[in-house]
Design a protein around this ligand. Structure first.
Ligand SMILES: C[S@@+](CC[C@H](N)C(=O)[O-])C[C@H]1O[C@@H](n2cnc3c(N)ncnc32)[C@H](O)[C@@H]1O
Length: 267
């Protein structure tokens, strides 16, 4: 019998728990894309902002600060991440534990919808985005980032390929459910298809450098924390650190990384 693992299993289970425990690290990896995301979202003081898949809430807090006379709502399916998000509240900010695909948002209740990598995990993207379009007022806009197709020649792919050779692992099927979904919107044609309810859809690449650790050893500790708790020899550990060595500098271990920045307007 095969078991189907849902996104809720992953984000309320091992993936969400890891993200909550290491929320600062994940924020360091993703915050390099914030300038492009927030420039595109162009949040104004009176805006009502919806953050989809808000995770530990870093982008919801940033949105709430920009919407100083408006408000920001963060929605997420992950209890451990929302617990983390709720540890840092602001007066014009709130969170709902909700599946963004079906949550009964007020029709036209938002001016701006943002997401930093939280829209890839839907079961049916076409109907989820149609649902989200209704939550925006006519003329309201969205800006989100999502992964580009994996390029086998990229630094990230080569680094993680080499690390996997040094420490082969049996994939956890619950974790794999989330990993597989990460790539669900990587093809621009697919993005345009599922965003058919919006106008002015634009897909642009954004290049940055994701911070994996303060130094190579710290990056190795982080990578090892993502896998099963098997012992790793000192030799393997130091070989893994060597893989990160060429990307280490005063700002930490930084791997070049690219995402799509996707924007559009509700007609
Ligand atoms: C890659 S994480 C990004 C988290 C956060 N946006 C950040 O930048 O740190 C994806 C997030 O999407 C959430 N998520 C997945 N499916 C969702 C859904 N259907 N509705 C709401 N949130 C969802 C996950 O629980 C997770 O917190």
């Amino acid at each position: 019998m095969t078991t189907t693992h849902t996104q809720s299993d992953a984000w309320n289970g091992p993936v969400g728990t890891h993200w909550a425990k290491h929320h600062e690290r994940y924020d360091a990896m993703l915050s390099e894309f914030d300038a492009a995301l927030f420039e595109a979202a162009a949040i104004r003081p009176a805006d009502r902002v919806l953050d989809i898949g808000c995770g530990a809430g870093a982008t919801t807090r940033a949105a709430a600060r920009l919407a100083s006379k408006g408000r920001a709502l963060g929605v997420d399916i992950s209890a451990p991440l929302l617990e983390r998000a709720r540890a840092e509240l602001l007066p014009n900010l709130w969170y709902e534990k909700a599946d963004a695909q079906t949550y009964p948002f007020t029709v036209g209740g938002f001016d701006v919808l943002i997401s930093r990598g939280g829209v890839m995990f839907f079961d049916d993207h076409r109907s989820a985005f149609a649902h989200l379009a209704r939550a925006l007022r006519p003329g309201g806009r969205f800006a989100f980032i999502c992964p580009q197709p994996v390029d086998a020649q990229s630094v990230e792919a080569r680094v993680f390929g080499r690390l996997a050779e040094l420490r082969p692992q049996t994939p956890d099927p619950v974790v794999m459910a989330a990993h597989r979904a990460m790539a669900s919107l990587s093809e621009p044609d697919r993005l345009r298809e599922v965003l058919a309810d919006f106008s002015e859809v634009a897909i642009r690449p954004v290049h940055a450098a994701s911070v994996y650790g303060s130094d190579p050893q710290d990056a190795v500790d982080f990578v090892l924390s993502r896998g099963p708790r098997a012992e790793v020899s000192a030799e393997v550990r130091s070989a893994m650190a060597e893989v990160f060595e060429s990307y280490a500098g005063p700002l930490g271990v930084r791997l070049p990384s690219s995402v799509w920045l996707v924007t559009g307007v509700r007609p």
